[in-house]
Design a protein around this ligand. Sequence first.
Ligand code: AHZ
Length: 332
Amino acid sequence: ETTTSVVEVNLAKVSKKSIKLESQADNAEVTFADWENFKFAPIRESTVSRAMTKRYFADLDKYTESDVVIVGAGSAGLSAAYVLAKNRPNLKIAIIEASVSPGGGCWLGGQLFSAMVLRKPAHLFLDELEIQYDDEGDYVVVKHAALFMSTLLSKVLQFPNVKLFNATAVEDLITRRDENTGELRIAGVVTNWTLVALNHDTQSCMDPNTINCNIVLSTTGHDGPFGAFSAKRLEELGKAPKDITQGFRPQERAQPVAASADGFQLGGMRGLDMNKAEDAIVKGTREVVPGLVIAGMELAEVDGSNRMGPTFGAMALSGVKAAESVLNAFDL
Ligand code: AHZ
């Protein structure tokens, strides 16, 4: 028997049972008993294009002035987005994700193993999301990391005040000098289609797009093809050390960022130490320079803290703390 006929046989079985679906739009009941005469509602191809493009461009127009831009839709960025969107429905939150698929490194627990470990008290965030887990005492285990990510993602995307722009890379930061204080602050992001950003050296220059915002939350993960983006950009900007280092909120800093006469220096992520790493990431989550909060593993690059490997509690709770730092910095 070929695959096709198996599908047909199964469909025939199903249709005999006559599946009933409730139509979302008008509550009409649709009965799929007669596949021979089955027919979708008609559509013109351009209608499909317009359905997508008019929404995209309306969103682009709306979010080009955002309250918060989150760079990177990994576990830290999305956890922050969830807390912010839920608690401040008045904020416009744009999430910029370089990859086509949001979720970052969080679709597997670690390597090719699917279960996901979170150390307590990060289980409280799972309770909030209504994700089930095995309680193992000091830590909990979700049966598949994809269950965590898909639940978080689906909740974040349902908030009306959130827009995810995926396949879009942040390739620079907007900086602006405060007229009153003279302080240089991050005032937005410069974006491009990821495929363009990846091919600047082979294609003619394609100018980018911009989003202005009150505060950027950067959660681009540790150093990699795109990772630690804002941290690395800050190091370059550190050529003007006073501009960047003035305006830190000392009380928010878990450990000082090295700021030498030459500028801002990244600590660089250190080796794996689960116990040290997770506490350091959560404690260190803060507004690193005016207008820019950094959370998740990107922070390990800033502070020179350890990596934690496949345990995700710090990503969730760094996201929660980042949401708080965003609101503090933003005075909301
Ligand atoms: O595609 C990236 C990923 O989805 C995205 N990203 C990176 N640079 C970007 C840019 N513009 C837009 N310039 C960009 N998007 O950021 C996301 C980062 O997600 P992640 O899962 O890599 O980071 P995280 O900090 O949320 O989680 C880290 C998880 C890790 S790594 C680790 C270890 O190596 O020890 N341990 C854990 C738990």
